[in-house]
Design a protein around this ligand. Structure first.
Ligand SMILES: Nc1ncnc2c1ncn2[C@@H]1O[C@H](COP(=O)(O)OP(=O)(O)OP(=O)(O)O)[C@@H](O)[C@H]1O
Ligand SMILES: [Mg+2]
Length: 615
């Protein structure tokens, strides 16, 4: 369907006339069969049964249809009616999204808890966004301006962190005939636009959008800038660009949730959309309790001001996992269109895949690999392709409402393959689509090496070396390459050690093992729990690596001069390398540079003393 103005008007009309349009004749878990279906289209949202459960038409044949129900279906009876809403599953977009906790159907859980108590009933409806709250609207357009889709009609300070921009809906161009300003609710008109067919369109601050349809943009832009996460192993070894997508596959308890929570907290983005999809309720509750207390690293504003949470826990109906993923990405795109960098986190995409499998099984579709539907990878691809860095719609003119705006949506999905086996269909399909793969390793997590990202199995296909070279230090990419190759060499040497023992190694080789240990323990390991090291700036990370590799270079020189490895590792400077993480991020660069000076001095004098003694 063609989204935009026509769509919006139609929804308003159809909502008013939603009517009985079929009778339930089959119920199998979340899948309901309907006969006598009239005036309903594929992917329309419907209300199912007397309880008016929310469902979506997913298959049609003659007057028979199959509906996927997003709420618990127990108690539903054959013969109960279905109501059509005339529109697909939609998201309500506007001021008031920030700081909210929604379920997959965008019901505001906080609000419902006030009204309904702690246990959500089925079929309840509550406006997603508050209809009474007044927002301060400052227009950027004036009467007579000719505007087009994506232009900024005006701004609303939504939270301390977010200036919400109200945009001309996609597909509308026309002339402004009236503008309001001041304290207004999202339902009140803010602007009236006469379109090119001379039709009058009344615009308010709430837009609706079909969640399965990607929101339009002007064009895609290159992915050239990293999304700084503050995690050294990610930022330096396997970076994700702004507008890119990544997966975190890992077995039970390997740290997927902790990494995602720490990305939500530390990443340099404007907006975070966190989708808890089919995971344990207590984990989600932890996020909900923590976020209001945590503060933005730079501005000190509580993070809840820039975060939208979508909670769909393991005890909620499986089909709603799908709705929560699509709702999340639609909200993310909406803020992208305002010109923001948005990060959407989904924990875990495997639970969504399992929901697809369950529904597909009940539809008696021919199963693909491991029982997943044949369309699993196309579904995943559709989702990850909604990531991107774009030139926003309505950009490019020299006018206050059309100035330059770029936005991005970065997607990070956790994957929980059974038994931590990465050959499972969800990991494999997602890996082919996303360019970044942070493989969590059970062995590392068992040894409490966190983040347990395996440096051999992980990869990032996006080449950001140019950006790092230009913006941090020229030899940044070279340094990273060198560190990775030392760690690769460690792997080979460890195999030798296993076969013939440590004694078989030369001092030079043992030195490689020592440096690898430094790289692993004093660089890659980074606790998300200890605050002092939870965020490492790119500069701190770079200089930490530089220290280790400088020490490596000097040690090799000393070994070449004939000094024994033990004499070098006994130098007290090694203790200082082990404490680099504890250096405050603001003071890190000068301190680490001083440490390099100290390493040079100590090793140079060791060499010259030795040479004098042995001359
Ligand atoms: N970066 C980290 N720093 C410190 N501890 C960590 C880190 N990551 C994980 N842990 C430890 O590992 C535990 C399990 O992590 P987490 O809950 O994130 O695993 P998970 O992969 O999400 O597990 P599940 O498969 O059960 O969802 C945490 O409770 C924490 O103790
Ligand atoms: Mg988890």
């Amino acid at each position: 369907m063609q989204p935009g103005r026509k769509f919006i008007l139609k929804v308003k009309v159809m909502e008013a006339v939603s009517k009985e349009c079929g009778i339930i004749n089959r119920i199998s878990g979340p899948v309901v069969g309907v006969s006598g279906l009239e005036e309903v289209r594929l992917h329309d949202m419907v209300w199912v049964g007397d309880a008016k459960l929310v469902g979506e038409v997913i298959r049609m044949s003659g007057t028979q249809a199959t509906i996927q129900v997003y709420e618990e279906t127990s108690g539903l009876k054959i013969g109960e009616p279905i109501w059509g809403t005339g529109h697909p599953l939609i998201a309500h977009l506007g001021p008031g999204l920030m700081g909210q906790i929604f379920d997959g159907l965008q019901r505001p859980l906080n609000k419902l808890a006030e009204v309904e108590g702690n246990f959500l009933q089925r079929g309840v409806s509550e406006n997603s966004l508050s209809q009474d709250k007044k927002w301060q609207f400052t227009p950027l357009v004036k009467e007579g301006d000719h505007v087009q889709a994506g232009n900024i009609l005006g701004e609303v300070p939504e939270t301390q962190s977010i200036m919400h921009r109200i945009l001309v809906p996609p597909n509308l161009t026309g002339r402004i005939v009236e503008v309001k300003a001041g304290d207004l609710t999202i339902a009140e008109p803010i602007v009236i636009i006469e379109d090119d067919q001379r039709k009058i369109n009344t615009i308010n601050m709430e837009q609706i959008w079909p969640v399965r349809t990607p929101r339009p943009y002007k064009r895609r832009l290159d992915l050239a800038e990293p999304l700084v996460t503050g995690k050294r192993v990610i930022d330096m070894f396997f970076p994700i660009p702004k507008g890119g997508s990544a997966i975190i596959p890992g077995g039970f308890g390997t740290g997927k949730t902790v990494i995602q929570q720490s990305l939500a907290r530390w990443s340099d983005v404007d907006v975070v959309v966190y989708v808890g999809c089919g995971e344990r309720g207590n984990e989600m509750a932890e996020v909900l309790m923590e976020l209001p207390e945590l503060e933005d690293r730079v501005k000190g504003i509580p993070l809840i001001n820039r975060t939208v949470l979508i909670a769909n826990t393991s005890n909620m109906p499986v089909a709603a996992r799908e709705a929560s993923i699509y709702l999340g990405i639609t909200i993310a795109e909406y803020y992208r269109d305002m010109g923001y960098d948005v990060l959407m986190l989904a924990d875990s995409t495997s639970r969504w895949g399992e929901a697809l499998r369950e529904v597909s099984g009940r539809l008696e579709e021919i199963p693909g690999e491991e029982g997943y539907p044949a369309y699993l990878s196309s579904r995943l691809a559709e989702f990850y392709e909604r990531a991107g860095h774009v030139d926003c719609l309505g950009n490019g003119e020299d006018k206050p409402y059309a100035g330059h705006r770029e936005g991005s949506v970065s997607l990070v999905g956790a994957v929980s393959p059974p038994g931590g086996d990465f050959s499972d269909p969800i990991t494999q399909s997602s890996m082919r689509i996303t360019g970044v793969f942070w493989a969590l390793d059970y062995e590392l997590s068992r040894k409490r090496h966190f983040p347990a990202i395996n440096w051999i199995k992980s990869f990032s296909l996006v080449d950001l070396s140019r950006w790092f070279g230009d913006n941090i230090e020229e030899d940044f990419p070279k340094l990273v390459q060198e560190a990775k190759s030392i760690l690769g060499r460690e792997n080979e040497l460890l195999q030798v050690v296993q076969l013939i023992g440590q004694e078989a190694l030369s001092d030079m080789e043992r030195e490689i093992l020592n440096i690898s240990k430094l790289l692993r323990e004093d660089f890659l390991q980074q606790s998300s729990i200890q605050d002092i090291d939870a965020f490492s700036s790119l500069e701190k990370s770079y200089w930490m690596l530089k220290v280790i590799l400088e020490y490596h270079k000097k040690t090799q020189e000393a070994l070449a001069a004939g000094i024994e490895l033990n004499a070098i590792t006994n130098l007290p400077v090694l203790q200082r390398i082990a404490r680099m993480k504890e250096i405050d991020v603001e003071k890190a660069v000068p301190e680490l540079k001083r440490l390099i000076g100290k390493i040079d001095d100590d090793l140079t004098s060791l060499i010259s003393n030795w040479e004098t003694e042995n001359a």
